[in-house]
Design a protein around this ligand. Structure first.
Ligand code: KIV
Ligand code: ZN
Length: 385
């Protein structure tokens, strides 16, 4: 089984979510939970961005024991020096240096030529490598970069000492076929004496961030970057919990493993939701409130007979206590009688017949039927009889 490393950027790219601002204490709490979840590397922040970011990176560097702690830097010496300072207490520090490579970024944002970009990559990756054993380089907007130039930029970074190459789909423009093929092309054409880790970094603008990350893995990427609950700039980053669970559930297909402790997934997601103030949508894959809920009669009947009929993930796998069978107008007799038994009612066939009819009438008027509704229906039935 090929090992896939998990790089979590909840505290850096994830914090770029408009409206999210973690303080140092909150960042440390999240970082410690991420370490429990089993990630390989945490991107603790962008140390030069603010004194608060610097302090948080430093605090995480001091408490992390197993995981590598990375800090982000632009291709600027002052950024690299600042990241070095913030990470100097880390047991396993890593520099993450980036520079855009697409023409649109060069022309309008950086106002640099391709030659200048290559020179800057060479200068700053080497400068970083003099201070850090592990240097990651990201050609920002890689998926909208001319392919030959992207290869040249990445080869320049490798020649200057980068051993981790991250390929960002910065604006979520790519699709699984294209993104996977890009990895295959880069891995095939890069020359290096050292082992290079190729990493995916996807954004969800077109709703393909998880699919793109998995396509990269299928095509040789051995690291995935993302954020818990998929938080991040605009539509967000790859939701790491989705990748972790997909690799596990479809081990038959991906033939990969990771160090992620899946039973800590829900706890990790809950902490990030609480501290970010971003509630998890009910229908969110893997950790949404409805991910293990079955409402229609046919599904409920199947699940009561054997959960495998409609559940590919057991809730317990990700640390969710149990599945649920919420009662609504589509629910069937099997789920209804099971619920009534759970509530302590031993109903005769005749009582079930009458109560189920009343339940359906009520369910037509209400979105969801609660335990209290069922208790009231039963009490009414007793009163009338
Ligand atoms: O999306 C992106 O390009 C980034 C880089 C800084 C890696 O977040
Ligand atoms: Zn990003």
């Amino acid at each position: 089984m090929r090992k896939i490393q998990f790089f979590d950027t909840t505290l850096r790219d994830g914090e770029q979510t408009p409206g999210v601002n973690f303080n140092t204490n909150e960042k440390v709490q999240i970082a410690l939970q991420l370490e429990k979840w089993g990630i390989d590397t945490i991107e603790a922040g962008f140390p030069i961005a603010s004194p608060g970011d610097f302090e948080a990176v430093q605090a995480i560097a001091q408490v992390a024991t197993k995981m590598t702690v990375a800090g982000l830097a632009r291709c600027q010496k002052k950024d690299i020096d600042c990241a070095y300072e913030a990470l100097k207490d880390a047991k396993h520090p890593q520099l993450h240096v980036f520079l855009a490579t697409s023409d649109v970024h060069l022309k309008y944002k950086l106002k640099m030529t391709r030659e200048e970009v290559l020179a800057s990559i060479k200068e700053h990756v080497s400068y970083g490598r003099e201070r850090f054993e592990k240097v990651q380089f990201s050609p920002e907007d890689a998926t909208r970069t001319d392919k030959a130039f992207l290869l040249e930029a990445i080869q320049t970074a490798i020649d200057a000492g980068a051993t981790i190459i991250n390929v960002p789909d910065t604006v979520g423009y790519s699709n699984p076929t294209e993104y996977g093929a890009l990895f295959a092309y880069l891995i095939e054409n890069i020359k290096s004496d050292e082992e290079i880790i190729f990493s995916s970094h996807c954004h969800d603008d077109l709703g393909m961030a998880t699919a793109n990350a998995l396509a990269a893995i299928e095509n040789g990427a051995n690291r995935v970057e993302g954020a818990i609950n998929g938080i991040g700039e605009r539509a967000g980053n790859t939701a790491l919990e989705e990748v972790a669970v997909a690799l596990h559930i479809r081990k038959d297909f991906y033939e990969c493993e990771s160090t992620i402790v899946l039973s800590e997934t829900k706890r990790t997601s809950d902490i990030v939701a609480r501290l970010s103030g971003f509630a998890i949508p009910k229908n969110k894959a893997v950790i949404g409130g409805n991910a293990y809920a079955h409402e229609s009669g046919i599904h409920q009947d199947g699940v009561l007979k054997n959960p495998e009929t409609y559940e590919i993930i057991t809730p317990q796998l990700v640390g969710v206590h149990t599945n649920s069978l919420p009662l609504g107008k589509l629910s069937g007799r099997h789920a209804f009688t099971t619920k009534m038994a759970e509530l302590g009612y031993d109903l005769s066939d005749e009582e079930v017949q009458r109560l189920f009819k009343k339940f359906k009438e009520l369910a037509d008027k209400k979105k969801q039927i609660t335990d209290e509704d069922l208790i009231a229906l039963q009490a009414d039935e007793v009163r009338r009889s």
